[in-house]
Design a protein around this ligand. Sequence first.
Ligand SMILES: Cc1ncc(COP(=O)(O)O)c(C=O)c1O
Length: 235
Amino acid sequence: KTKLVMLNSPSNPTGAVYTLDELKALGEVLLKHPHVLVATDDMYEHVNLTGDKFYNILNATPALKDRCIVLNGVSKAYSMTGWRIGYAAGPSYIIKAMGILQSQSTSNPTSISQVAAQTAIEGPQDCITPMLDAFKERHAYVVDRFNTIRGLSCLKAGGAFYAFPDARKAISNLHETGKIAEASDMALAEYLLEKFDVAVVPGSAFGAEGYFRISFATSMDNLINALDRIEKALS
Ligand SMILES: Cc1ncc(COP(=O)(O)O)c(C=O)c1O
């Protein structure tokens, strides 16, 4: 029944990164199911927090090339989110169909955005380094702080700019003390937003009940403020 397998590494929301061996193991399974298409969303390719080399499923299993679609864009690596430029490579019949669909739905991205994206991709890449240095500093701060807050535990990310703490204990603490009516990540997110002015995305939005996501694509001052408020909310 499966038509397409979608891979996203580094991941939104967890920041997890597949190793080459893990991708090879996935590739072996996919080779046994030739009717399945594979899409690899490499959007966070350059938002690499460990310095390890980037791999996608095609690097691991080149034999999937005829049924693999590689997706990427300029939003993250060059902070060009509003410019609306993504790009894809894949079998020509799929790319052609994507073009037809796109031209009838959003017509096309502006020519200004296209030239800006080309300049970003073809120009010097050293602008990425200071951005990564800032992300690494914020990542360390956020993960360390989450691991000191009551009821939270947080793994380190390998890439992207998200922290995805396990909040199951915090949720049950808040529920037991009557601060949230329902023991869910949605109730936790509402509580943080309504009472402490912090916006987080509940894990259930990604199929992971009991977790929440924060983005550290914001200033250290904002993060310190947000973490102080979350700490207060959960203490
Ligand atoms: C995993 C992933 N893929 C793709 C995108 C798309 O980015 P954009 O629509 O800005 O090109 C995002 C943005 O959040 C993302 O997290």
